[in-house]
Write a protein that binds this ligand. Sequence first.
Ligand SMILES: Cc1cc2nc3c(=O)[nH]c(=O)nc-3n(C[C@H](O)[C@H](O)[C@H](O)COP(=O)(O)OP(=O)(O)OC[C@H]3O[C@@H](n4cnc5c(N)ncnc54)[C@H](O)[C@@H]3O)c2cc1C
Length: 415
Amino acid sequence: MTRRTEHDVVIVGGGPAGLSAALFLLHHEPRLRGRLVVLERERYPRDKYCAGGVGGRAEMALARIGVTIDVPHVPCAGISLVLPKATIEGRARHIGRVVRRVEFDHALAQLARARGVRIEEGVKVLGVEAGPDGARVLTDTGELTTRVIVGADGVGSAVRKSLGFGAGAWRAQVLEVDTEQTRHDGPRDLMHFDVGDHGFNGYEWDFPTLVGGRAMVCRGVYHLVLPGHDAGEVDIARRLEDRLARFDLRLSDCKKKRYAERGFATHEPCSRPRALLIGEAAGVDPITGEGIAQAILYGELLAPYLVARLRSDELSFGDWPRVLLDSWLGWDMDTRDWLCRRFFGPARGWFEDNFARTPEGLEIGVQYFGGLRVDRVKALKVAYSVTRSWLANTGPSPLEAAVPAPRGAQGAPTA
Ligand SMILES: Cc1cc2nc3c(=O)[nH]c(=O)nc-3n(C[C@H](O)[C@H](O)[C@H](O)COP(=O)(O)OP(=O)(O)OC[C@H]3O[C@@H](n4cnc5c(N)ncnc54)[C@H](O)[C@@H]3O)c2cc1C
């Protein structure tokens, strides 16, 4: 049966980006209650393939509006990093936690509902139309009209496709499994990353996790497919199989969870009149695939901007990419995009040698991930060491990019 409903905001996707956007929007403009709806194609509790490592900075953002998500988790105090020539560790008191997305997203949805967010579950968006005169959302249960559409529907975003934005420059293939903990595993208060293998553009991980109250380890392979390359060039199942063998585990004994990710690329459009993208629909960290914190921070950034635009009825959103880039989140992702183009280039060894030589770099990264105050003395030490290494470098230039940035500025109007 076809329905026609007038909304101010239709948010497509009830993951961390869509739900936090809804929460922050209602916080900034309580009158949106009843005029805002989140459409989610699944029903909670629904799983999302994800290792569940959430940086403390994201939970701090939610805490700013009084939201805390009480779910089973493994608290984390740092990161260990295997490099080709060294293994380093960065620690701080508490940098975040590892959650199960089936529980985390469900709890977030319940909190959003308790605060007055209307969530329609089991409603799949098939396509959208957006233009200066209005916006329509076509779902498998009918059609909605709205002033604004927020695309928060993740890597396979139907909103993104409908608006004609293409898949994006940075695409990754990810495969993960949950296994028993073994005697070869490192401390359970660290997230373990391994970038020791230059045979592909990515890394392997082992995160401590709790599955139904049982201490287990989520292990996986993240492979960034450089533009112009084919995802099939790297057999990530084979890599994970080899990795598991090092832990005396077999891939065939595990449930394989394979999924894609989209990285943020600075020059790509993410808005049209009456429609904008957030979370992984727009893009998250291309280097590591970290996306939960980014999704939540997108929601926090979007809310005051969108509330002001709804009030003034200026809904062209040509400046949304600029607003994003001018924000801390945008600066962070722009930097990661820049670094990603270079880290996976000819000077990868130079970056890794610097990390190994100055492990304070990882400590600063860990503090940043956790939303903690960054140690300035250590930051200066890293800057000094990197500058010296830069001047002394006789190998490939660290500025040489594996992938050149596309032409055009993201800040340009996209309509
Ligand atoms: C294997 C793997 C491991 C990862 N590990 C980590 C990690 O440890 N830490 C981290 O920070 N990030 C991790 N990520 C990335 C992280 O999972 C995502 O970046 C994050 O979930 C993005 O949040 P989102 O809200 O933008 O999108 P999603 O979480 O993907 O949410 C999108 C929502 O939209 C819904 N939806 C989709 N299409 C439609 C439609 N047509 N109609 C209605 N609803 C729709 C989906 O059902 C979903 O609920 C990992 C990703 C993968 C694949």
